[in-house]
Write a protein that binds this ligand. Structure first.
Ligand code: PMP
Length: 407
């Protein structure tokens, strides 16, 4: 695609032509999961009709084909993230498992009583709870960087917090609830100056903006296949080789071993050391097609289109009396979270659903963030590359209708 052509993109997503409650589907719940292009759907069918076999173990033809296809994905993810080595790409079930892996393995190797783990007030539960569990286990201390009313990190507090006791900084790249894009390069530089590694939760980043792990010099980065137009049940942990080599394995089992005897087991090399058991082969194979799709269109193009829609949605929603947008950071991506007067977000969501408009309502797995604002939750519209101005117009008309009924 030369120029970004949203009509052409939409033709690749068959689900977008269906109706919901008798209305054309307007899908604005992309932060929860994205729809899949025909290329990914075809790849799933193709996998089960042509390749299905277990990976990394068979001498037979199908097993080699399945292994090759699975490893093609790893090969494509390296330049997608600009990782230095393919073996720095570890397959997981998703972002959640990737973060749990780091909290567990890095924690065992490097975190002791009195050490500090730094997170932020806008983290998803999956980038809070694993660290809390680690802190409890090791007697370490969880430090939380506050945000301002706009939903931006307080970088002065951050600077003052990170120090010689900091053993990990784990921060989201883009907030799933507010849309804030955090100043990750600065965050990483400050952490490194104090000798601490950084994990970025990129679950809401890699599908919206170009990410270069070497330029960022980030130590760990996690994302989920299902949020980047790929299958569910596969995710990626990028980790710098030096950390992945220095940490113990996550789970024990097949694939992650070199030699097993009852006296002693030696572990496999990277990346297999962290990939115990049969992986989600189908999802792993098909994630390559999602990466191809994103790469062919280009993340710069996608970012520009989504930014236009975000600005348009923000401006139009603000014209509705009684609307309050939660999260007004200067740097935002793809998310508009809002409240309508004193109406419960759920009630707005139900009316929008009747109109065929899919949004998410509630706390978005960020309860501490909602507490920070003193609200139970928000209505969240989250944008993907296939959304249009017409989708935003439908959302605005739906919210106006909800306002007329509920305010
Ligand atoms: N982090 C963020 C910022 C997210 O938005 C999500 C998904 N909502 C996750 C982590 C967890 O991803 P998954 O459920 O795919 O593991």
């Amino acid at each position: 695609l030369e120029r970004f052509d949203v009509d052409r993109v939409r033709k690749d997503f068959p689900i977008l032509t269906r109706t919901v409650n008798g209305k054309p589907l307007v899908y604005l719940d992309n932060g929860a999961t994205t729809q899949k292009p025909q290329q990914v759907i075809d790849a799933i069918v193709d996998y089960y009709t042509q390749l299905n076999s277990n990976v990394h173990r068979g001498v037979h033809h199908l097993s080699q084909l399945a292994t090759d296809a699975f490893e093609v994905t790893r090969r494509k993810l390296r330049p997608f993230l600009n990782a230095a080595y393919e073996h720095e790409i570890i397959f997981t079930k998703g972002t959640t498992e990737a973060i749990n892996l780091v909290a567990s393995c890095y924690g065992k190797a490097f975190v002791n009583a009195g050490d500090e783990i730094v997170i932020s007030a806008m983290e998803h539960h999956s980038n809070i709870v694993p660290w809390q569990m680690l802190c409890e286990e090791q007697g370490a201390i969880l430090k939380v960087i506050p945000i301002n009313e706009a939903g931006e990190l307080d970088m002065d507090v951050y600077q003052a917090t990170v120090g010689s006791r900091t053993k990990m900084v784990a921060i989201t790249y883009v907030s799933n609830a507010l849309g804030t894009i955090n100043p990750v390069k600065e965050i990483i530089d400050v952490a490194h100056a104090a000798g601490a590694p950084v994990l970025l939760d990129a679950a809401q980043a890699v599908q919206h903006l170009p990410v270069d792990v070497q330029a960022l010099d980030v130590d760990f980065l996690a994302f989920s296949g299902h949020k980047v137009y790929g299958p569910t049940g596969i995710g990626v942990l990028y980790g710098k080789e030096k950390w992945l080599n220095a940490m113990p394995p996550y789970q024990g089992g097949g694939e992650m071993i070199k030699e097993v005897s009852f006296a002693q087991t030696t572990y496999n090399e990277l990346p297999f050391k962290y990939e115990a058991g049969t992986p989600n082969i189908e999802a792993g194979v098909c994630l390559a097609h999602a990466v191809d799709y994103l790469t062919a269109i280009g993340l710069d193009q996608i970012a520009r289109h989504e930014q236009e829609l975000l600005d348009y949605a923000t401006e139009r929603l603000l014209s509705i009396p009684g609307i309050r947008i939660v999260g007004t950071a200067k740097q935002k991506s793809s998310v508009v979270s809002f409240l309508l007067g004193g109406v419960h977000p759920y009630d707005v969501g139900v009316i929008l659903d009747k109109l065929g408009i899919a949004v998410r309502t509630g706390h978005h797995c960020t309860q501490p963030l909602m507490d920070r604002y003193g609200i139970p939750g928000t209505v969240r519209a989250s944008i993907a590359m296939y959304n249009t101005k017409e989708d935003i117009d439908a959302l605005v008309a739906g919210v106006e209708r909800a306002a007329a009924m509920l305010l």
